[in-house]
Structures are given as structure tokens and as C-alpha cells.
Design a protein around this ligand. Structure first.
Ligand code: FE2
Length: 104
């Protein structure tokens, strides 16, 4: 299980193995793109968390770490959905996030 969602996890556990179900190619591509967007958002928030940590702004850093976790979890929801539909989960690449800012 990728990152676990209550619904997708229970579907897999109670329903057994995932079964491939037909899905329009455009829908599959859109879901894959959205999954990638969530992972990139997670990376961007993580970069902000690091930037704030480097400046000992711990509260801001903690907030952005939590945001990063949330975005990664969102990606997991899409991955879990694709798995239970028996569709491929293409993680693709994550863009290097911006890490330089002049000030807060
Ligand atoms: Fe999200």
C-alpha cells in the first residue's frame, strides 16, 4: 500500500486483489498528472520547511512540513485509487523546488 487511505485500503483488504477496470486514457493521464502535481507541491512545501528551519523559524518550518506531508498524502490517495482500479501508477519525476528567497 502506497500511503494508505481508509477507503482504498479497506477496499483492497476486504475485496482482495485489485482488478483492472476500464478507464478512459484521458482520465488516467489526468489522474497521473494530478498525482505528480501533489508530489511536486509536497516537494515545494518541504523546501520552504527547510528554508525556515535554516533560519530557526521553527513554527513556520513545522507548518510547511505538515503541508508537505498533506500533499504527499494527497498523492497517496490518487495512487491508492489507481491501484484498486488496477491501473498503472506512474510516479514520474519531481521537479527541483525553488530554494532561494530573498526574505520571508
Ligand atoms: Fe493536494
Amino acid at each position: 500500500m502506497v500511503l494508505g487511505t481508509q477507503h482504498a485500503t479497506s477496499t483492497l483488504q476486504s475485496g482482495g486483489r485489485p482488478v483492472a477496470q476500464p478507464m478512459q486514457e484521458t482520465l488516467l493521464e489526468a489522474l497521473q498528472q494530478h498525482l505528480a502535481m501533489e508530489l511536486n507541491a509536497s516537494s515545494a512545501y518541504w523546501a520552504l520547511a527547510v528554508w525556515f528551519a535554516e533560519r530557526e523559524l521553527r513554527g513556520f518550518s513545522r507548518t510547511f512540513k505538515e503541508e508537505s506531508d498533506q500533499e504527499r498524502n494527497h498523492a497517496g490517495l490518487f495512487a491508492d485509487y489507481l491501484v484498486v482500479r488496477g491501473q498503472p501508477v506512474a510516479l514520474g519525476s519531481i521537479n527541483a523546488p525553488k530554494q532561494v528567497w530573498n526574505d520571508i
